[in-house]
Every structure is written in structure tokens, then in C-alpha cells.
Design a protein around this ligand. Structure first.
Ligand code: AMP
Ligand code: FE
Ligand code: FE
Ligand code: ZN
Length: 304
């Protein structure tokens, strides 16, 4: 049985609408999937319906934008981005609703500011174009800006916009604008209060290879997250190195955390190296998630 618990649709920065996505999941031979769009849960109803039609099991999920605030040896805090997956939370829990709403609102302003910085070089770029390319009301992100630059023929593809040596949208770019994000420790508590299962997405890698890799494992930070209620780590992911995976799996075993493996599919035009089912989660770990997640019901079409 193939279990892939980290998948994006066009509701956030994926390439496929939910309607297009679920048949692709079926065709990839995945039996159990989670839809984990950034900062929103409104694709769940349609995903559940289509899962029933195709005999797939659907686990409701969301990937929440948060940040870690860990003091360095001088006591200074340089926040860094952390994506927190939440499985089976109550999507109507007021504190969770507020976190997701605030994140989405900030992402729109951030893309506006980003585009206005980029206009000094890419004069044809506009916020309207980026909005036009993204699905109406979708959660905005850098991939939407990248798609606009491809459409304007400034780059050949999205991957190149992110990874070219002088990428205009990398963290090192002079045009870069940071996301606002709430403290990961607070969001872990909120996800638990909403009956959800908080799992760190692509730990130590965050969103792409451009992020600074920690020289050593920040054990204290991970212990703080466990104390706040963290229940799992996505240890098998394209952007988690095998060295980090080993360290993370040892830590997870020590703290009785769930470990998952997933593709983080965004459509092959957006992320060509993350096909559906690239990494998978074991049945044993899925069962633990199903036991721990009490905020909403999964759509079960298999017996576990
Ligand atoms: P943002 O959260 O807006 O800063 O953008 C980060 C998003 O870009 C994440 O959801 C990643 O999945 C996506 N991303 C990171 N690297 C790449 C890449 N090389 N190609 C396409 N998408 C990427
Ligand atoms: Fe994404
Ligand atoms: Fe992510
Ligand atoms: Zn993701």
C-alpha cells in the first residue's frame, strides 16, 4: 500500500486543481493521500468526494507557515522558516482559523512587496499578472512569482527561477521579502488544541536547498517542539539529506515520535524532482496518525 501524506494543489502553489489532482494520485498508484495546501483547508471537501469516487483513502492536512525563534550563543534571535504539517485538525477551531487567515493575508502583502521590488528590473511584471496566474483566492507564494517570470520569458522554467545563480527570488536576492509567520511552538499548541497531529515538514531543509543548513543538529530546539506537543517528523523527503534523516530518525525513536515520508508534490512543472509517491509513509505510522488525530474525520476506503 502506497501512502503519500504531503501533496499540494492549485489552491496553494501546486500546478493542478483538486479535480485534476486526485485522478493523478490514483494513476501514480498511491492508495492513501493527504492534501496539504499551504495555510488553507478548503480543498478537503472536494478531495474527500473524489477520493470516495476513486476508492482512495484521504487524510485531511494543511502545511502551516511558522517560524523558529531560537537564540544563538549571544542570545540574538534570527527567526527561520519552518513548515508545520497538521493532520486531522478541526478546520473550524477558532485559533487555527485565525493563524491560517493571518498567514494568507500576509502572503498577499508579501507578494505585492516582492513584485514591487522586482519591478526595478522586470518592468513588465505586475501583481495583477501574478494574481492572474495563480488560481483565484489561492495561497500566494514565490512559485506564483516564478510562474509569472516564466510567462514573461525571463526564465525557461520555475525551477530555474529558484535555482539560477543570481535567482531574483532566492533568500540571497536583494529583492527578497520575508514571510510573516507565527512562532512554531505556539502553532504546535494550537494544532493540538484543534485535535490535529503536528509534524515538522522537511525538517532541517525547510523549503529548498538555498536555506542555510545547520552545522549540527539543534537538539534543544527539537526538544522544545516536543515539549510543546510536536508528534512527528517528516524524515523521508527529497530535501532532507540522508545524514539529517538518520539523526532525525534516531531523535524520533528516542521521543516516540511518528515519522513520515512524502513527495511534497507541487506538479512536475513547478517541482520536477518531487513526483507523487516519491517517498512514502508506513502503514504502522499512518495508524498512529489516525489514532492521534481527533479534530476531523478521514475518508477511509481501506481497512487498517
Ligand atoms: P515561499 O513559501 O513563498 O517563500 O515559497 C516557498 C515555496 O516554493 C515552497 O512551497 C516550495 O515548495 C517552493 N519551492 C522551493 N524551491 C522550489 C523550486 N526549486 N522549484 C519550485 N518550487 C520551489
Ligand atoms: Fe509549496
Ligand atoms: Fe514546505
Ligand atoms: Zn509542501
Amino acid at each position: 500500500m502506497k501512502i503519500d501524506l504531503h501533496i499540494h494543489s492549485k489552491n496553494s502553489d501546486g500546478a493542478d486543481t483538486v479535480e485534476e489532482l486526485i485522478p493523478l494520485i490514483k494513476a501514480a498508484g498511491v492508495d492513501v493521500f493527504a492534501l496539504t495546501d499551504h495555510d488553507r483547508t478548503d480543498g478537503w471537501a472536494q478531495a474527500s468526494e473524489l477520493a470516495n469516487e476513486l476508492g482512495l483513502t484521504f487524510i485531511p492536512g494543511v502545511e502551516i507557515t511558522t517560524e523558529g525563534r531560537v537564540p544563538d550563543s549571544n542570545g540574538d534571535i534570527e527567526p527561520f522558516g519552518i513548515h508545520l504539517l497538521a493532520y486531522l485538525p478541526n478546520p473550524e477551531h477558532p485559533a487555527l482559523v485565525k493563524v491560517l487567515e493571518d498567514n494568507r493575508k500576509d502572503r498577499i502583502q508579501r507578494v505585492k512587496d516582492f513584485v514591487s521590488n522586482l519591478q526595478s528590473v522586470y518592468t513588465e511584471l505586475s501583481f495583477e499578472l501574478v494574481m492572474h496566474i495563480a488560481q483565484k483566492d489561492s495561497t500566494m507564494g514565490r512559485p506564483d512569482i516564478a510562474k509569472a517570470l516564466v510567462q514573461l520569458k525571463k526564465f525557461d522554467n520555475v525551477d530555474e527561477v529558484f535555482n539560477s545563480p543570481n535567482s531574483p527570488i532566492s533568500k540571497q536576492s536583494p529583492f527578497y521579502v520575508k514571510n510573516y509567520a507565527p512562532d512554531v511552538l505556539e502553532v504546535i499548541k494550537i494544532v493540538r488544541a484543534a485535535g490535529g497531529v503536528p509534524v515538522i515538514a522537511h525538517p532541517l531543509a525547510r523549503t529548498s536547498s538555498e536555506d542555510v543548513q545547520p552545522e549540527s543538529f539543534p537538539r534543544k530546539h527539537f526538544e522544545d517542539m516536543v515539549a510543546a506537543g510536536l508528534l512527528g517528523l517528516e524524515t523521508k523527503h527529497k530535501e532532507v539529506s540522508s545524514d539529517h534523516r538518520d539523526i532525525l530518525e534516531a531523535f524520533a525513536a528516542e521521543h516516540n515520535l511518528v515519522t513520515t515520508g512524502s513527495s511534497d508534490y507541487h506538479g512536475l512543472d513547478v517541482k520536477p524532482h518531487n513526483p507523487l509517491g516519491l517517498h512514502v509513509t508506513s502503514i504502522e505510522m499512518l495508524k498512529r496518525i489516525l489514532e492521534l488525530g481527533t479534530g476531523t474525520k478521514p475518508t477511509l476506503n481501506h481497512e487498517f
